[in-house]
Design a protein around this ligand. Structure first.
Ligand code: BT5
Length: 269
């Protein structure tokens, strides 16, 4: 169902790019990929420069976290991965997920006016339903981080997710006539370049204010499931990207990963 008004071919968007390096380097635009993350990881290992990008119309083996899958039907979303080689400490790597979430939230907001919120660590939600998921894959070398592949799956059209996920997933088209995907792409790449530069210079503190303003997690009641289960208030994010949650007895927990449900979001009441 390709539509020439919504083409992702590079000649349509490369001239619109406002970035110094993001979305340049090696650029692969494919009709079909197994997973853009997997392909870009191979490119990273063979020396592709920071800013290289892989995007496709459909993925046959789109990946979520923890071995889960990601639905990526043809023409329905922005299925893409960007290669970063950021100058940050290895323990700061998870902060790149937060940067990508912030950049995508800004891009969606600027292009559509919709108020996409960031659910820590890796989701964007609209009115409590998942609009975008983010998957980081990190390669370490002798001197720290060699590469980070940051994959984003943004649901643009209604067909992006199957009916059985309708209770927890949404798309831009569920809210308005969708914009051309290249507009979202160009804005995302610009926002990502800026956000990563700020992270390199000042750590999480440099993006904290903007991040907080678009977060639906900070200040909310959250349920943490993992090695121990508890409920509390998400108070802050630390210098490594961990979520700081104060439980009902007043103890502060540092939550590194695992599943965090936010009250009122994606089915948690
Ligand atoms: C994520 O995982 O949210 C990360 C998704 C990253 C996808 C991008 S697409 C480009 C790049 N290449 C890849 O191979 N991946 C990245 P997680 O938090 O584990 O969420 C996965 C869960 O979300 C699944 O188990 C489903 O329940 C649900 N899901 C799957 N497809 C969805 C979709 N299109 N929209 C909303 N929810 C979906």
């Amino acid at each position: 169902m390709s539509n020439h008004h919504d083409s992702l071919l590079a000649e349509g968007w490369l001239p619109l790019l406002t970035t110094r390096y993001m979305g340049r380097g090696q650029v692969q635009v494919l009709h079909e990929a197994t997973s853009t993350n997997t392909l870009l990881k191979q490119m990273a290992l063979s020396g592709a420069p920071a800013g290289s990008l892989c995007l496709c119309e459909t993925q046959t083996a789109g990946k979520g976290r923890l071995g889960r899958g990601w639905h990526s039907p043809a023409g329905q979303g922005l299925w893409l991965s960007v290669l970063l080689r950021p100058r940050i400490q290895p323990e700061q790597a998870p902060l790149v997920t937060l940067c990508a979430a912030l950049a995508m939230a800004q891009a969606v907001n600027e292009v559509t006016g919709l108020d996409a919120r960031i659910k820590w660590p890796n989701d964007l939600v609209l009115e409590g339903k998942k609009l975008c998921g983010i998957l980081l894959e990190i390669g370490f070398g002798g001197e720290g981080i060699d590469y980070i592949v940051v994959g984003t799956g943004l649901n643009v059209r209604r067909g992006a997710y199957p009916a059985e996920l309708a209770h927890q997933a949404t798309s831009i088209e569920d809210h308005m006539a969708p914009p051309a995907r290249r507009e979202l792409l160009v804005r995302y790449l610009a926002a990502l370049e800026e956000t990563i530069a700020r992270l390199e210079q000042g750590g999480f503190a440099a993006i904290a204010q903007d991040y907080r303003a678009r977060s639906c997690t900070l200040g909310s009641t959250v349920k943490v499931s993992g090695s121990e289960d508890f409920t509390g208030t998400a108070e802050d994010i630390d210098e490594t990207g961990a979520l700081l949650v104060r439980d009902e007895s007043g103890t502060l927990h540092r939550v590194l990963a695992g599943d965090v449900s936010v009250r009122g979001v994606m089915g948690y009441v």
